[in-house]
Design a protein around this ligand. Structure first.
Ligand code: ADP
Ligand code: ZN
Length: 434
């Protein structure tokens, strides 16, 4: 179901005309109201009036996460504090938190974007939506909540934690859609197993999963275990929260990025130059309607590509392909770049393993080492030593062939790797900080 047929199927020329108008308006607002942007524009020697076409975007300054930190907490806000009706902060996965503020209209637009996203997943006012993203400063919980309410669905604001109890609530309230991180979905499923709840027998049929990287292989595993359609949702607090982009259930390939609200670019993360559609690089987003904290060319550090090919669902908004990881999560192991998802994909090919894994990085004799810890599935018995060793060697060989890096694979007892209630912790870096 399309939530807003007019906005979501706008012809490309109309999307672009709208984007240009909104871009100019937004730049005029930040130039007038945010000293940081006025200074940046002046340094480059341009004014908002110089923006004549969308191609001029490439002349505008970038905004980086560090800028938000430097101006902590409210230095980049573009409206007086009395107009801010809510504050959120990023979960701080990669350092000090950044703070964002929303006006009443920002919250309305966010709820609409999240509602469009849920609708793209096939969720409607007839559904019961169980939100197990954390509620609080993290945008996940309230973001999904606002979208589900806007749709007119029945919302269960479960938040994270008390996982067994949540599995029971899922059963008792008959939720048909579940919003959480993919790793928490698996955690919920496991908790369900422990208390004798088979997700396949529940009315649950849709998962709206995001906030952390995951692979196609992980999707298949979750879908098969839970008997649902698992769809990918993207968002980040700096830009809004969950619902910046969402996969449609019809195509299930790539996430429609709501282009009337956000203007995307892909750049080479090293040179900062724009890359053509189809090429993988860093996603840069410019907010087009945001009032509280509008951002010009925000460098997300997330790696993806843009797909402008028409989608069978009828939506015309560009799709971003499954995220390859965030540049912060890239490990450099003896000169080789490694993203956790690449390893995840290889682990998940082995059906006998559980999807719980962790990468432990260390430094031994000045060399970086990577140990891949992965839990055995319930049906693999730790007493079959020979089999386990063969499996470890196979995985080491596959990783070496695919990524060109030598790692040590260690099969772990079931349930020995910590479970997260939000974003999974895939990397444990024990290297000394230099
Ligand atoms: P933090 O930077 O503290 O994690 P957020 O909670 O705002 O802050 O998380 C946003 C980040 O989460 C994104 O920049 C991206 O790296 C990651 N993310 C969100 N959705 C997805 C997704 N569907 N796939 C991969 N990564 C995602
Ligand atoms: Zn589509």
């Amino acid at each position: 179901m399309i939530f807003d047929i007019r906005k979501e199927t706008l012809p490309r020329e109309e999307i672009e005309a709208l984007q240009l108008r909104r871009l100019r308006d937004m730049c005029a607002r930040v130039y007038a109201n945010v000293p940081f942007y006025q200074k940046r524009f002046n340094e480059i020697g341009i004014t908002p009036a110089d923006i004549k076409t969308l191609a001029d975007l490439r002349n505008l300054p970038f905004t980086e996460k560090q800028d938000l930190r430097d101006y902590y907490p409210f230095g980049l806000f573009a409206v007086p504090r009395e107009n801010i009706v809510r504050l959120h902060a990023s979960s701080g996965t990669t350092g000090k938190a950044v703070v964002v503020g929303y006006t009443a209209r920002d919250l309305e637009n966010w709820a609409e974007a999240a509602a469009r996203s849920l609708a793209a997943a096939g969720v409607s006012h007839l559904d019961t939506v169980h939100v197990a993203y954390g509620y609080g400063l993290f945008t996940g919980g309230l973001g999904a909540h606002g979208g589900a309410e806007r749709l007119g669905a029945t919302v269960v604001p479960a938040s994270g934690g008390a996982t067994r109890r949540q599995a029971m609530l899922l059963r008792d309230f008959g939720a048909t859609a579940l919003c959480c991180t993919p790793s928490y979905a698996l955690h919920l499923w496991e908790a369900g197993q422990e208390v004798g709840i088979d997700f396949k027998e529940l009315p649950l049929r849709t998962g709206v999963f995001g906030a952390e990287p995951w692979t196609e292989e992980m999707r298949h595993d979750i879908e098969q275990k839970m008997g649902i359609n698992a769809l990918n949702i993207y968002g980040l607090s700096e830009i809004m929260g969950p619902g910046v982009a969402m996969e449609c259930v019809e195509a299930k390939t790539g996430m429609h990025l709501w282009e009337d609200l956000f203007l995307p670019e892909i750049i080479d993360p090293v040179t900062g130059e724009q890359l053509p559609p189809g090429e993988v690089g860093e996603l840069v987003l410019t907010t087009l309607t945001k009032e509280g904290i509008p951002l010009v060319r925000y460098r997300t550090r997330d790696l993806t590509s843009l797909d402008y090919t028409p989608c069978c669902c009828g939506r015309t908004h560009v799709r971003i392909t499954r995220l390859r990881g965030r540049t912060d999560d890239m490990l450099i192991i003896r000169g080789v770049n490694v993203f956790p998802q690449q390893i995840e994909g290889l682990l998940m090919e082995q059906r006998v393993l559980s999807p719980n894994y962790q990468l432990v990085v260390d430094r031994v004799n000045n060399l970086d080492t990577l140990e891949v810890r992965v839990e055995m599935g319930e049906h693999l018995f730790a007493d079959e030593i020979g089999k386990l060793q063969t499996l470890e060697r196979t995985l080491q060989k596959n990783i070496k062939e695919y990524l060109g890096v030598t790692v040590k694979v260690r099969l772990m007892e079931p349930h020995s790797i910590e479970r997260s209630e939000g974003k999974a912790r895939r990397i444990v870096d024990n290297r000394p900080k230099d």
